[in-house]
Design a protein around this ligand. Structure first.
Ligand code: ATP
Length: 243
C-alpha cells in the first residue's frame, strides 16, 4: 500500500501568508493523480508540505494532517518522509550543476548498497540512452529535457513507492513534454508507483492521470476524473485557460 492522504491542510509562510486554506486530497496506491491550477495557487506549497520541506521555505503547517501509507507524516523532517517511500521532484530542476550526470546519480543513490545502485543506474541508462551519451557532461550543460530525465533517474535511485513531481513540463517543448509524460506513465505502470503530478499544463497531465484536482488560491475548487474535468466548462475555461 502506497498512498497519500491530505486532510484539511492549512499552511502559512512567515507566520502571515496563508498559502493553503484547508486542502484535502488523496492518491491511492498505484494511482496517477494530477494537481492542476494557475501560478500562485499553492501547488508547490503542497509539494513542499508532502516532502517535509516547508521549514526550508519559512513555512509551517497550521492545521490538518498528511498521511503516507496511513502514517502521519506532516511532523516529520524530509529524510524521514523519504524513508516512508515518498520522493518529490521539486520545481526548477534542482540538480548539481557542476557535477556530471554520473556524479549526480551517484549522489542520489548514496544510501543504496553498491550493487543495487549499479543495477538501477544501468536501468536508468537503458531507459534514457541520451543520458548515457552525456554521462560525463556537467548537469548545468544539459538541456531542460535531459535535466528532467536526470531528475527522474535520481528519483529512481531512492527506490520510491510514491513519486510527487512538480511541473516537469515547465520550459519544455510540446514534444519533450509528451516524452516526459510517457516516461512517467511507463514508470508508474512498471513499478506500481503512486504518482502525484503537479502541473500547469493540464493537457499534458490529462494524458496520463485518472483523477484530477484543481487548486485556486489555496483551495481545491474541482475534483473529478480526467474525463469529468475535460467535460467541465468552468474548469476548462476559468481555471485552465481553455487548455
Ligand atoms: P507556481 O506554479 O508559480 O509555483 P504554485 O501554485 O506552486 O505556483 P506556490 O508557489 O505554492 O504556488 O505559492 C502559493 C502562495 O504562497 C503564493 O501566494 C506565493 O506568493 C506564496 N509563497 C510561496 N512560497 C513562499 C515563501 N517562501 N514565502 C512567502 N510566501 C510564499
Amino acid at each position: 500500500m502506497a498512498e497519500i492522504q491530505v486532510e484539511n491542510l492549512k499552511v502559512v509562510y512567515r507566520g502571515v501568508i496563508l498559502a493553503l486554506q484547508g486542502v484535502s486530497l488523496r492518491a491511492g496506491a498505484g494511482e496517477a493523480v494530477a494537481l492542476l491550477g494557475p501560478n500562485g495557487a499553492g501547488k508547490s506549497t503542497l509539494v513542499r508540505s508532502l516532502a517535509g520541506l516547508l521549514p526550508q521555505y519559512d513555512g509551517r503547517i497550521l492545521d490538518g494532517r498528511i498521511l503516507v501509507n496511513g502514517q502521519e507524516s506532516h511532523h516529520l523532517p524530509a529524510l524521514k518522509v523519504a524513508s516512508l517511500g515518498l520522493t518529490a521532484i521539486l520545481e526548477g530542476r534542482p540538480i548539481f550543476r557542476y557535477l556530471t550526470v554520473v556524479e549526480n546519480l551517484r549522489a542520489a543513490g548514496h544510501k543504496l548498497p553498491p550493487e543495487r545502485q549499479k543495477a538501477i543506474t544501468e536501468e536508468i541508462f537503458a531507459r534514457f540512452p541520451r543520458l548515457y551519451e552525456r554521462r560525463f557532461e556537467q548537469g548545468g550543460y544539459l538541456s531542460g529535457g535531459e535535466q528532467q530525465m536526470l531528475l527522474l533517474g535520481m528519483a529512481l535511485l531512492t527506490e520510491p513507492k510514491i513519486l510527487v513531481v512538480d511541473e516537469p513540463s515547465l520550459g519544455l517543448s510540446p514534444k519533450l513534454t509528451e516524452e516526459v509524460m510517457r516516461v512517467l506513465d511507463e514508470l508508474r505502470r512498471e513499478k506500481g508507483l503512486t504518482l502525484l503530478l503537479v502541473e500547469q499544463n493540464a493537457k499534458a497531465a490529462f494524458s496520463i492521470v485518472e483523477r484530477v484536482y484543481v487548486m485556486e488560491q489555496g483551495r481545491i475548487v474541482f475534483e473529478g476524473t480526467s474525463q469529468e474535468a475535460q467535460a467541465d466548462a468552468d474548469v476548462m475555461e476559468f481555471y485552465l485557460g481553455g487548455a
